[in-house]
Design a protein around this ligand. Sequence first.
Ligand code: SF4
Length: 335
Amino acid sequence: MYMDIDACGCSNTCRHCSPDGHSPGGEFYSLSELRAIKQQWGPLTIRFEPTIHPHFPEIYAPDIAGEHGGWLVTNGCGLAQRDDADQVMQKMQWMGFHTLAFTLHGPRQHHDWFTRRPGSFESILQATRRARKAGFITHWQIFVDRKGIGDIAKLVDLALSECGELPSLSVPYHRVGGRLWRYEALRPTLGDIKPYGLSELIKDPKKNIFTNAIALTNRAWLEKWRQDPDSGEFKHPYEPRTWSDLADYDFLSLRITRHRKVFLDPMCSPIIYLGNLSEGKEIIVGRLEVLPKPAHVELQPQELEFSPGEEEHLHPSGFSLRYKEISKKRLTSCV
Ligand code: SF4
């Protein structure tokens, strides 16, 4: 069972943020509350932007958080803005962090628009420079969307000069119930990426998902799904494989919100309310036994219908296509 907690919110409100990260941030949970929750529920994953918690990086101590593997995924806000950023980064190194990973959506203007926070691009730039100076490895991931696609080559050059290594290029995956449905209007198509040569921009397929873009279209994923309707590729690991004995599923993902409510996050449906944190683990986990199966999770490949041009939309995984189609069904049937 994985436990996410919204300990401090986020400085940004990005257009693709599937778990619904948003500003304003703050200290939603103190260190002592986090320790008490960990005691009961097990190691916590700090969701959204950990660097804006006043007790970052202490919120990653082993008596609160699970293994971080040395990596921190961050939008850089706290590291760019905090007066004590140098001491914070030193503490991070003592705690075993060695790599910072940032996600960008385009150069300054487009990135700030996408993240809905003026200054968010500058935060990444400042945090990257400070982190490199302090000896961290910095990695930029670029998410491509239709509106910002024309500037990706420029951003790749900037990534190389700021990080000393090429960035990775990708697109977000869809999940049901987050703000991804609106993002879908920005999802690039095969036709969108061709004029900008994104397939050849970075030749390493481990860094550039578009090197084999033809395999990422709705059409290609659907064909794969038709050939093997039970393939695990069309379910995120957090999606329960059965809805009858849910509590036994190893990869179950639960989320504790800033409002001290606990939800199941099954990816194939909007998050499902389980109870108030104050009710305790036993009662809340007990409710997993009686959850109804969410709408449309049994969608079959032969039911899919694409609107004109939709076959060409690019998804990074099979489950992304399936979840987008479940979202579509839910919206058209109002469930
Ligand atoms: S910075 Fe990350 S956590 Fe915050 S809104 Fe954007 S994607 Fe979500």
